[in-house]
Design a protein around this ligand. Structure first.
Ligand SMILES: *Cc1c(COP(=O)(O)O)cnc(C)c1O
Length: 417
């Protein structure tokens, strides 16, 4: 069913990606080793999976998983809960936990992820209970030529002085055209800030977990935050989020998670623990599957003449691949092709639609077992020049490869028609 030309490119891809795949396997091995080490250290057993109801006092599974997250991520403390609705909700808990009226939140990686802008009140107090409504000031330092502007950070730290309570880093490029930060780069920012300020360095770690063999807390971050329907849920966790970091920072966040004084002492797990353990156990491997798929896609699409970022042989610190199609039909056909190759809802044809909160129409492909899960293969993009698709995930490399071949075949047939 695939054209000879495409099959030849796929063969070339796997030949030329051999070293990259080997490197990814090494990272997955190291991360799996670390995860397993802490599963053993915290004596994970079947009795932890049953779950609690009501207050959830003395839930041994919840307590063990919190410690496993903390240790694996190089943090003093952590909590992970299925009841955290999504990544934005976890980030909200973290930021409201740390920030008080008159404090300054300083983002050093441009404007944060779309959904966070309302939480922060970036365009001013919005009356919806944003940080700005509570008198938390926001400021930002932009990249200069895709590089962190250390001089700019220094200037802002001087300008706001001790009022800077949180320095905010978004690890992944998210849906912006900017580089994803490596762990080394995050470490550099942490050192720079800690040498000049008492501020907490908080990292939006979404899409980054297990992409390298260390996490931001290993290199000095005070708090990291992420979503369980992305990397650390391993495609198994059904919902949730986590926060990890220093003891005090996580404690403060836990008082926003539940209530001041109560923190992580409560929280029924309602039978979700087994999936959360199993997902975390699988996560290093699943992230590798997603990354192999992304490298393969970058290779194939570049060979077909599209502008891809990052390139196939560039190592990554997140799982997102972007492709510039340059014409609307390219983006649309590609997304439709991805959907048609999904295990779930393969018969659905996604169409561009006016999604609330977005200026242009958006097309989204997501044939996922868990709604909105983006560690599963998913693809979307705003229908506006340069018609860029953002895609990420795949629970297996084999199905990811099939989806890429299916989507590119559609693209080529359409172009030749
Ligand atoms: C996914 C993501 C979030 C959170 O998004 P949700 O849809 O609320 O889970 C925040 N920041 C980044 C960089 C993300 O990729």
């Amino acid at each position: 069913m695939f054209s000879q030309e495409l099959l030849q490119i796929a063969n070339d891809a796997e030949r030329d990606l051999k070293d990259v795949f080997e490197e990814l396997e090494k990272i997955s091995f190291e991360n799996t080793k670390r995860v397993l080490h802490y599963f053993k250290e915290h004596r994970v057993s079947d009795s932890m999976f049953g779950g609690t109801t009501g207050y959830g006092y003395d839930d041994v599974g919840r307590e063990a998983l919190d410690k496993i997250y903390a240790d694996t991520f190089g943090a003093e403390s952590a909590f992970v809960r299925h009841s955290i609705a999504n990544g934005t909700s976890a980030l909200t808990i973290g930021l409201f936990g740390l920030l008080r009226p008159n404090d300054v939140l300083l983002s050093v990686t441009n404007r944060p992820y779309d959904t966070l802008c309302e939480v922060i009140g970036i365009d001013g107090a919005n009356g919806d209970g944003s940080l700005a409504d509570f008198g938390v000031e926001y400021d930002q330092v932009d990249f200069i030529n895709d590089k962190i502007d250390f001089e700019g950070i220094e200037k802002k730290l001087k300008e706001h002085g001790d009022r800077v309570k949180v320095v905010f880093i978004q690890r992944s490029k998210g849906y912006l055209n900017r580089p994803t930060l490596t762990i080394d780069q995050i470490g550099e920012i942490c050192d720079f800030v800690h040498a000049r300020s008492k501020a907490y360095v908080v990292v939006d770690n979404c899409y980054g977990e297990f992409c390298e063999d260390r996490e931001p807390c290993h290199v000095g971050a005070d708090m990291i935050i992420g979503s369980l329907i992305k990397n650390p849920g391993g495609g198994i966790a059904q919902s949730g989020g986590y926060i990890a970091g220093t003891k005090r920072a996580v404690e403060l966040a836990s008082y926003r998670l539940t209530s001041a004084g109560t923190g992580t002492e409560v929280g029924a797990t309602l039978g979700q623990s087994r999936d959360m353990f199993k997902g975390f156990f699988l996560a290093p491997h699943i992230v590798m599957q997603a990354k192999k798929t992304a490298h393969f896609a970058a290779y194939v699409l570049e060979r077909l003449g599209f502008d891809v970022y990052p390139r196939y042989n560039e190592m990554r610190s997140d799982i997102i691949q972007t492709v510039k199609f340059g014409y609307p039909e390219g983006l649309i056909k590609f997304c439709q092709g991805i959907q048609s190759a999904s295990a779930v809802d393969s018969y659905v044809t996604p169409m561009p639609w006016a999604m609330p909160g977005y200026k242009d129409e958006v097309i989204m492909a997501a044939g996922t077992f868990t709604q909105g899960s983006s560690i599963e293969l998913s693809c979307d993009g705003p229908v506006r020049p340069p018609y860029t698709a953002f895609f990420q995930g795949s629970l297996t490399y084999e199905s990811g490869k099939l989806a890429i071949l299916t989507a590119t075949q559609k693209l080529l047939e359409d172009k030749n028609a």
